[in-house]
Design a protein around this ligand. Structure first.
Ligand code: FDA
Length: 319
């Protein structure tokens, strides 16, 4: 029999992909604001202005940040154009207030779910706009069925512009070879464990073996002096890297998701390391919330507390 914790994880993963359930929550005048209260622990808000306000606050505390307008798997051209327009506006606004930081996104939000050409054209607009303001674009990595297309588009753009980086998932067996190829490009490489459920024929599960792969990839990038974002909340991995003195290097940063282990990131920042907060915003937060709850079932209790609380929790205060 499955443990209650496993049942919760399974239910959250299926809720994340269940459109009927999503609509039932999001179209309900009663449920929507309650869930939004829980989402706010991990999401800056629904509007760009809210995200920029939090980013400014984080920045005043010496954190770097990576802003993302949430969305993925967008299949209508008009919606992809709208998302691209929002990213253009975000980049321009950051540029005008001289915040030379990072903007992150999923290629399937700006066209990959239609075809590669749409995604490429939209990405080209974004990278040119970001280049004007000295802002870095960071491409997220999605399900393994999209890895080849994402890397193809990334390489085409990274061959022309150096203000673009890529995320790689340590859990995929292929990552070892991908790294060897991608270090030929100047772009920063963000190493994550991987958030998507993949078959064991192509990916490791959470395990010591995955952790040792993660460390092996970081070791390699450090040895090559390649710009790297170490994107994990795993304290044991962070401890090893700290012992190896990786965080003293200028082109190494530690990146964590907004609202997750702010205490840990704060303690690393106090040691003088480059610490970055991944700060998403936008109305499409449902799937993002489900992912964060499924990653750590204890977060379900926090969500319940947030929903029942009469005071609006501000996650940025935890940093
Ligand atoms: P792991 O999942 O093993 O967790 C280690 C420890 O961290 C846990 O024991 C717990 O203490 C803490 N922790 C982790 N998640 C938590 C949570 N939700 N709540 C509370 N504590 C938690 N993935 C992907 O597939 N493509 C991508 O593009 C990205 N992009 C990305 C950017 C950034 C900046 C980060 C930090 C992460 C991603 N991810 C991602 C997500 C990533 O793949 C992974 O799913 C999460 O980071 C969780 O994995 P950890 O490395 O933290 O380890």
């Amino acid at each position: 029999m499955k443990k209650p914790e496993q049942l919760v994880i399974q239910a959250l993963k299926s809720a994340a992909r269940n459109h009927q359930m999503k609509d039932a929550f999001l179209l309900s005048n009663e449920l929507y604001p309650l869930l939004l209260k829980a989402a706010r622990r991990y999401v800056a808000g629904e509007e760009r202005t809210e995200a920029i306000a939090i980013a400014k606050n984080m920045s005043s505390k010496d954190y770097r940040f990576s802003l993302e307008f949430i969305g993925e798997n967008t299949v209508l051209l008009e919606e992809c154009q709208k998302a691209t327009k929002e990213f253009m506006a975000l980049i321009e606004e950051l540029g005008k207030i001289s915040m030379k930081q990072t903007v992150s996104f999923d290629l399937s939000h700006i066209g990959l779910s239609i075809n590669k050409e749409v995604a490429y054209n939209h990405l080209l607009q974004l990278v040119q706009q970001a280049n004007k303001y000295d802002i870095l674009l960071m491409v997220s990595m999605e399900e393994s069925s999209k890895t080849d297309d994402i890397l193809t588009i990334y390489k085409m753009i990274a061959a022309q512009y150096d203000n673009i980086g890529i995320t790689l998932q340590a859990h995929l067996y292929r990552t070892e070879l991908d790294i060897q190829e991608l270090v030929q490009y100047p772009g920063k490489i963000r190493i994550v464990k991987g958030a998507f459920q993949e078959p064991s024929t192509i990916a490791f599960e959470r395990s010591e073996e995955l952790n040792s792969r993660y460390l092996q990839y970081v070791d390699l990038l450090i040895k090559l002096k390649h710009p790297i974002s170490i994107a994990t909340h795993d304290e044991s991995i962070i401890q090893v890297m700290e012992q190896r003195q990786y965080f003293h290097q200028a082109n190494v940063e530690i990146e964590m998701l907004y609202g997750i282990r702010p205490d840990l990131l704060q303690s690393l920042k106090e040691k003088g390391y480059n610490c970055k907060v991944y700060l998403p915003y936008g109305q499409d937060w449902y799937l993002y919330l489900c992912h964060r709850l499924a990653e750590n079932p204890e977060n379900v209790y926090l969500a319940l507390a947030d929903i029942l609380s009469t005071v609006l929790e501000d996650s940025s205060e935890g940093y």
